[in-house]
Design a protein around this ligand. Sequence first.
Ligand SMILES: *Cc1c(COP(=O)(O)O)cnc(C)c1O
Length: 408
Amino acid sequence: MSNTTNDRPNFVTHLECSKTGEHYRANEIHGLSKVGAPLLVRYDLPALSAALTPADLLGRAEDFWRYREFLPVREPENIVSLGEQMTPLLRTSRLGGGDEVFIKDEGRLPTGSFKARGLCLAVSMAKELGLHKLAIPTNGNAGAAMAAYARSAGMEAFVFCPEDTPETNIREIAMQGAKVWRVNGLITDCGKIVREGVEHTGWFDVSTLKEPYRIEGKKTMGLELAEQFGWQLPDVIFYPTGGGTGLIGMVKAFAELEAIGWIDSKRPRMVAVQASGCAPIVKAFEDGAEHAELWQDAHTVAAGIRVPAAVGDFLILRGVRETGGFATAVDDDAIMAARQEVADREGILLCPEGAATYAAYKKELASGRVRRDESVVLFNCATGLKYDMPPVTDQLDRNQPIDYSQFV
Ligand SMILES: *Cc1c(COP(=O)(O)O)cnc(C)c1O
């Protein structure tokens, strides 16, 4: 631990292998640990808690840098920011669920998705560690966020996505100065290209959980939720799970907050939501397995959660099990119906992955795994505007008499 400046203390002590607990030095470039597991950033939490109280946050800007003591960037000039504001918790009232059902609308973040949280930190740390050339496999939003932050930092960005990635994603990546390729495969195939390219190109692999800092950015979702709920937590969190960074990050946030005494030991039940066409975590959860098997022929309209294999699978499963949660899958039809229902009744346009969390909530209310009187947070991870919508065909000819009876 060292306080580099008075106004921006840094409390990182070391990195730790999430499998073996082995320590690694902070301030060095790292990918996975020696045994191929994600590295987690550890902090001097007693010192952090002596330096900061919840009241100190109140006067700070409403962006996620208000939690800077919980984040790894040492020097303020290394922060690469595009305006990471806190996202609203929208209370639903017309869905026919319980009274305490909130949508955390992450579509308000830069590049329109919560991938900005992770990539903001990953790129800031890349800058701090002197990296210039970044590469990423993506289902769309991560590549868009990496492109934006990398270009904002003056770095080169190389992005590889499945050829059927949502078109808006591919084009926003290209417009934001990255080199982007459509690959005839899934995100796991793109990941292989990035991994094998490291020795040929010298780029740094920013894949989910293969560098230590995206998870720290996603951790801010947990810090933000805790603060928005007055340092208590909701009963259940539904999280659309691909690589699982957000779920793992929130669990880490809650552990750190409890360690410094800002919250008690009560945890939300973490629910990993997947699509029935790609549900490796759900299968592993139901089988009682520690790791998930590669999912064959992965398909779903919810591109962001079409992830056949996750390097942090055991961390997702641990987070779900230790909080008394579960993993559940929903069909594409249910996802699209849920998206329509929330837009129509609440005026909130979800992305398909966000809609999957509402579909899962309905399913589990019916199954009894969640009760109507429980407080629930559903994650909408990206703005719905990035995704296809049903066509509109009604037309009016202004040169003909208008039949106003059709409007009643
Ligand atoms: C990446 C992504 C997810 C999954 O997030 P993870 O933390 O990687 O599991 C869900 N929805 C959208 C829109 C995404 O872009």
